[in-house]
Design a protein around this ligand. Structure first.
Ligand code: FMN
Length: 363
């Protein structure tokens, strides 16, 4: 049977059925496509992850993410504390006063939502957060990754790092069973004018992996690259500083803080900027592991990230924002978005992989 007709049948089938845990085996057998991916050393059942944020704050959400077909998720970032409860970054433990959906001007149908909000990292103290992380860790399995995410003390040039915050929190999460750590250099840092100079920032990217490694030797560390206004060369320098510090890879990249909105922005401009960064860094350092995040709403967008050199992708706004056109799959939002990204017959990831295969066969 023609590959695209075969995909159409699979798409019709999973429109009303749950996605099975062994979807990658089925796709390999039925379409001859390998959809397995990696996050560092971890083998993923596919390349779709849920990014850290408001959709990864509870056990129930993580359970739904796993059931819907995603290969994993990253927990909402926790603000580090030391053993006495000292928390230098507490101001980022901030409840939002508003959350709204906006759209790029080209997105006339309102199907690619972008979140604007003024919240921060997880609002729980470390004890309460650890209870949540302890419940979630039980959902990690051979083919489902849950990564931790953390932000600790970030000093100015004339201060030392408060290492105990990074070490104590990393150790707590590591002892629960978390082995993959992201570092959230949150876009709201951009409001900290006195800290945001190039030397200071490069020092953070270089030293944070070194400090976290003191907490646990056998963890993988992935700093999330900030999108700043210092030009592409500086973007690449942040990534290179992470490598010097011993990071296993990076996430490219966090949303762009925009003074005019008073918050961070994503969508198409973020995606285009990230794709460019990934290509440049992969040309220079082909071995580096990259997780791509930002402005992903179709299989084509996923394909663009993978072709640029990302080994997996992370989605948030598409799961959280208002989409004006109804999804064709019934179920919760995780199921709808996973189905759309993977199975859409025009623009899903599988359709893109088939088109790519046909292109190579004919060329
Ligand atoms: C409401 C909201 C909360 C977020 N919280 C976090 C967070 O706690 N830690 C983090 O590393 N990134 C956080 N992010 C960034 C997302 O994880 C993601 O990388 C970014 O939004 C780009 O993906 P998207 O375009 O699919 O939203 C947040 C983003 C939003 C919109």
């Amino acid at each position: 049977m023609n590959d695209f007709r075969h995909l159409q049948e699979l798409s019709n089938y999973y429109l009303s059925k749950d996605i099975p845990e062994n979807l990658s085996d089925i796709i390999q057998k039925e379409l001859g496509l390998n959809i397995k991916a990696n996050y560092g050393d971890f083998v993923l059942r596919n390349c779709l992850l849920v990014a850290p944020g408001q959709m990864t704050t509870s056990f129930q959400q993580i359970q739904m993410i796993k059931k819907s077909g995603f290969a994993g998720c990253v927990l909402k970032s926790v603000i580090a504390e030391d053993s006495t409860g000292r928390c230098s970054m507490i101001k980022f433990r901030k409840k939002p006063t508003y959350v709204k959906t906006v759209y790029d001007s080209q997105d006339i149908e309102g199907i690619f939502p972008i979140i604007h909000w003024d919240g921060g990292l997880d609002i729980r103290n470390l004890d309460d957060y650890i209870k949540f992380a302890d419940s979630a860790v039980k959902l990690i399995s051979d083919n489902f990754l849950i990564a931790a995410s953390i932000l600790g003390h970030l000093p100015s040039m004339d201060e030392n790092f408060i290492e105990e915050e990074w070490i104590y929190t990393t150790q707590k999460l590591c002892n629960l069973g978390y082995k993959v750590f992201e570092v959230d250099f949150c876009p709201f840092l951009k409001e900290e004018d006195q800290l945001m100079n190039k030397k200071t920032i490069l020092r953070w990217y270089e030293y944070v992996p070194l400090i976290m490694r003191k907490a646990c030797k056998n963890i993988q560390i992935f700093p999330k690259i900030m999108n700043l206004d210092y030009g592409m060369d500086f973007q690449i320098k942040m990534i290179e500083a992470s490598i010097v510090g011993g990071a296993d890879g990076v996430i490219i990249g966090n949303r762009i803080y925009r003074k005019e909105y008073g918050c961070a922005h994503g969508g198409r401009s973020l995606r285009e900027r990230n794709l460019q960064q990934i290509k440049i860094i992969k040309d220079k350092h082909s071995e580096i592991h990259i997780s791509g995040t930002g402005g992903i709403y179709t299989g084509r967008h996923i394909m663009d990230y993978i072709k640029s050199g990302a080994e997996n992708i992370q989605v948030l706004s598409y799961l959280m924002g208002k989409v004006k056109k109804p999804f064709i799959k019934k179920g919760n939002r995780f199921q709808q978005v996973f189905y759309q990204l993977m199975f859409d017959i025009e623009d899903g990831f599988l359709a893109c992989l088939l088109k790519q295969r046909r292109y190579y066969e004919n060329s």
